[in-house]
Design a protein around this ligand. Sequence first.
Ligand code: CO
Length: 282
Amino acid sequence: MTARSVLKVLESRPVTEGAGVRLRRAFGHGETEQLDPFLMLDHFRSSHPRDYEAGFPFHPHRGIETVTYVLSGRMEHQDSLGNRGSIGPGDVQWMTAGSGILHQEMPRVTSEGLHGFQLWVNLPRAKKMMPPRYRDVRSADILSVGLGPGAIGRVIAGRLGDRSGPVKDLVVEVGLFEAELEAGARIAVPAPGGHSAFVYVFEGEGLIGGGGTRVGPRSTAVMGAGGMVELEAGKEGCRCLMAHGAPLNEPIAWGGPIVMNTKQELDEAFEELRLGTFIRPR
Ligand code: CO
């Protein structure tokens, strides 16, 4: 399998989201042409309650999936499906908004602060209006896999070595892994040909791809075509999220938390929000 090279490196940038959460956007609107089906990746990390305590009060989603992965701290959630609970260190919430969901995500103030991610995966035209679905994955169900000397991975979705992630029956075929490498450790992770792929380095530095492009902390390597994604950790070691996904190749009409195929579908969604008919009866 050929090693993918790095098409481009996207630096994350500070943004304020929700009711005033200061986080870093790894990538988002206008940057995802080569990342289809991925739409957005946010990285929140702070030990100062003022940066995150305002949280993300009730807001709608339609046409996408939101994947929340907490590394430390705790996030309380509640939604229009009647789900209510919290996710803590190592847990994942895989939420398929489909035809529509209203939810809130409120961080709990803890001594360790809050550290985690939210990834948005687009849904194809045929599934945008599917019944919403919600999956809570506990840390204990996310298996670790050795990736070679000094390197370990966690498999959230897809296959890595002989391990499969606990999130199954995905609408869009996606692999999502976390990897932690000691200084100088090297890994090669398969990403099926034809899939889009990225590596978000959130700690340390990595030399990524066939050409060994240096990717610093809080930056995304957008990978070109090929089979494997190769990564060698810099002298501080490296922690990253790695993902691959089957592209949808469909038009995108993006209105904040709602992502459809056409402007008309977006207008309908916002009209339904005004009329109170956004949430479909089950
Ligand atoms: Co949300």
